[in-house]
Write a new protein. Structure first.
Lengths: 450, 301
């Protein structure tokens, strides 16, 4: 240590010690036994100032031995009290007690595995989700490999590869901008659109083992996704308002069912693309109560006839009660989505309504229960007469499904779920189903969205 | 038409005022960091904490309006060591604010300033619970680490807002002096607690125990983040009785049912430690630690 620094360290040690020693010599002002005064309100006054150290008498004769506390504070005071200079402005880094984790430029990786033992009362059923249990017996719902990393100061990258029994699927692979001006952000690549609430989420975030049938009915087993680009704007309003616009290819049986679907028709003009727009608004009703309300719409061509188009309008509501102003493990959420689809077919217009409403109650730290009601009308002509839907010709009456689920989390990284449901109407003729699912999360699991 | 122009103009003014602010806008992940940042920044900063002092900082909901706060931030101050990894990255990305992304000057991970404990020397996995591979992140219960954080924040504010650099350093120095005196006082108050055996709920107490020389003989969580089961609670009671434990320590945001049971069965006193100072309510970091020390001083007078 240079001589000058040694001097200053000594001076500050004396400075630090002096008031302590003085306080030790002062008669106690608190309780007679030198214990802290319980009546006194805690305030910013340093206890060393107002409350004498009980051990004062024993150490009056000589200064107390230097402690780590003395060293830490004298070093910090020393570094801050001198004239500021570039050298002094450098942060003081404490020596860690051990080695920090090895640095790596590899992306964060996580595997999420979902397995299900399932039973259906009928061999013919109408599960519509790509990750739903679909057969009596054992099911691999999905093995998802999630990779994410920043690309550079301007972009981050996220990818989800899904391994299923029939192969590997690129679910998502997209870049997100980090620093566009004026509250703008862009995503591009293969992405799930932010249509509604559940479409952009993965099974890990669901309260049930299967996805609402409305999503599969309208967009297909994989939900609304595809190659394309999204722009969003954080509207400068006093409450959270986000405007989202996405453009995608309009084909894909599993992701654009109400549009081109499995027919790979060419893009000859901008009207041959699928456009999705959404307005997301968040209201913090109270610190313990949150409300997210969304409006979404999707527009694109369908293959029923020349210039025939499909439009899907939806609204979603997510109300969450989670006490955070006191100790509690309770969470209650109410989530509802309603979708209204209008499709042109030659010389006619078809419309239908689908949706679901579900309540989830985490009643203990390890347990949660959920109840869901789903509804799907048949397709109607504009006149209100039931139509023969070219996509679901057997869906000629109202379909309703009730599901109940009980989830158990042994830890944050595993979940077991028991679910039962009754599905009737539409393409089904009354199906009971029961699932017992297991989910495992390993690796660097990413952050959750709200 | 003129009405619409007036509305548009008003909105533009709102937008500009929303973006522009004379003070440095500081957003912290936790309320204890907010308290320190305010001590350092004084009138030159606006400070907001994303998590309430009553919230478990591991599990904060990434509510969209928090991204709005980050969108306006000049500086994001975090605990680091993966404490906020389950929620903060979503908000950072959603903020669209390049200034506070990791690696930028407006992003400050305070773990770089502290003496980190419990850095695993061997490979860790989740069989050990929700472990933090880079070390224990609960350092703010040790005022010595808080002092180091204070200087780190002052240095960063001085870099971001050079016009007030001297004020930040002066504020930091004053606060560190005050905290230093308080710390010596607290240590004197709790001199008899040194070496005492305690039970704690979560490994969040490690730095606090290290500072005061407490000996944590058992944790109520069998492993970090794993809720206790009856078998483990029985084990903790046996250990606590055998060791003559006088206090059970836990952060107030953890469920207290098992801690109360253990305290009752062993004759120990349950000490509920607020997760952080009530920053929104005007409580300071020193008041926060002082409150904890007062609780313990009753047990170890």
């Amino acid at each position: 240590m240079p001589m000058q620094r040694r001097h200053s360290a000594f001076l500050f040690a004396v400075t630090l010690w002096a008031p302590v020693a003085f306080a030790q010599a002062t008669p106690p002002s608190g309780t007679s036994d030198g214990a802290p005064s319980e009546a006194a309100e805690p305030d910013d006054a340093a206890p060393g100032d107002s409350e004498p150290a009980p051990a004062a008498a024993a150490t009056e004769a000589k200064p107390p031995p230097r402690t780590e506390t003395d060293d830490v504070f004298s070093e910090l005071e020393s570094s801050l009290s001198g004239p500021s200079s570039p050298a002094r402005s450098e942060p003081t880094r404490a020596k860690p007690a051990g080695q920090r984790g090895a640095q790596s430029l590899n992306p964060d990786l996580a595997f999420i595995a979902d397995f299900a033992a399932a039973w259906f009362s009928e061999r013919e059923h109408a599960q519509t989700g790509g990750h739903d249990p679909t057969r009596t017996g054992m099911n691999l719902q999905a093995l998802e490999l999630n990779a994410r990393s920043v690309v550079d100061p301007y972009l981050r990258f996220d990818a989800n590869l899904v391994f299923a029994e029939d192969g590997v699927e690129l679910e998502e692979a997209y870049a997100t901008t980090l620093d566009l001006p004026l509250g703008l952000q862009a995503r591009f690549g293969q992405l799930l659109t932010r249509f509604g609430r559940i479409n952009s989420t993965h099974p890990h975030a669901w309260d049930f083992a299967d996805q609402p049938f409305a999503l599969g009915r309208i967009f297909g087993a994989e939900g609304n996704r595809g190659l394309g680009a999204e722009a969003s704007w954080l509207v400068p309003l006093p409450w959270y308002t986000e405007l989202v616009g996405t453009v995608l290819h309009a084909d894909g049986e599993g992701s654009a069912r109400s549009f081109y679907g499995s027919q790979e028709l060419h893009v000859d003009s901008v009207t041959d693309l699928l456009y999705v727009t959404a307005l997301k608004q968040f209201f913090e009703l109270h610190e313990n109560w949150s409300l997210l309300w969304g409006l979404s719409a999707a527009f694109g061509p369908n293959p029923n006839g020349p210039d025939n188009r499909t439009a899907v309008y939806a609204t979603d509501l997510y109300l969450k009660y989670r006490p955070i102003t006191r100790e509690s493990t309770t969470q209650v959420t109410w989530q509802t989505e309603v979708m209204h689809r209008r499709r042109q077919i030659p010389d006619a217009l078809l419309w239908d309504v689908s949706g679901y409403s579900q309540v989830f109650w985490r009643f203990a730290r390890r347990f949660g229960a959920a109840l869901r009601y789903e509804y799907g009308s048949p397709a109607y002509y504009a006149s209100g007469v039931v139509a023969r839907d070219p996509l679901d010709p057997e869906w000629t009456d109202t379909r309703q499904r009730m599901s109940a689920a009980l989830s158990h989390w042994p830890s944050e990284f595993s979940r077991f779920r028991l679910q039962a449901s009754r599905d009737a109407g539409g393409p089904t003729r009354g199906v009971w189903a029961a699932f017992l699912t297991a989910e495992l999360v390993v690796g660097a699991h990413g952050a959750h969205t709200f | 038409m003129s009405r619409w122009i007036a509305v548009l103009f008003g909105w533009l003014v709102l937008c500009v005022s929303w973006q522009a602010s004379a003070a440095v806008v500081v957003v912290t992940s936790t309320a204890d960091l907010a308290s320190i940042a305010k001590e350092v920044g004084g009138a030159n900063v606006e400070v907001t904490s994303l998590a309430l002092h009553t919230q478990d900082p591991h599990f904060v909901d990434a509510k969209p309006h928090l991204a709005m706060k980050l969108a306006k931030a000049d500086l994001l101050v975090i605990i680091g060591l993966d404490l906020e990894v389950g929620w903060l990255p979503t908000l950072q990305t959603g903020s669209r604010n390049g200034k506070i992304q990791a690696g930028a000057d407006g992003f400050l991970d305070c773990s770089e300033f502290v003496k980190i404990l419990e850095v695993p020397a061997v490979k860790v996995d989740r069989s050990q619970g929700d472990v933090h591979p880079q070390g224990n992140p609960h350092y703010m219960l040790d005022p010595r680490q808080a002092a180091r954080v204070t200087k780190g924040i002052a240095d960063r504010l001085a870099k971001l807002d050079a016009a007030h650099a001297d004020a930040y350093r002066k504020n930091a120095l004053n606060f560190i002096r005050k905290l230093g005196k308080a710390t010596k006082g607290w240590e004197a108050q709790l001199a008899k607690a040194k070496g005492q055996k305690v039970v704690a709920y979560h490994k969040s107490i490690v730095y606090f125990a290290d500072w005061l020389g407490l000996d944590v003989v058992e944790y109520i969580e069998p492993r970090p983040g794993i809720p206790p089961n009856p078998h483990h609670v029985t084990h903790v009671i046996e250990v606590a009785k055998g060791a003559g434990v006088k206090s059970v320590l836990q952060e107030a945001y953890y469920p207290s049912k098992n801690s109360e049971l253990i305290a009752k069965q062993t004759g120990a006193t349950l000490v509920k430690i607020p997760g952080a100072p009530d920053f929104k309510g005007g409580k300071s970091y020193i008041q926060h630690i002082d409150g904890v020390v007062r609780q313990l001083a009753k047990i170890y007078p």
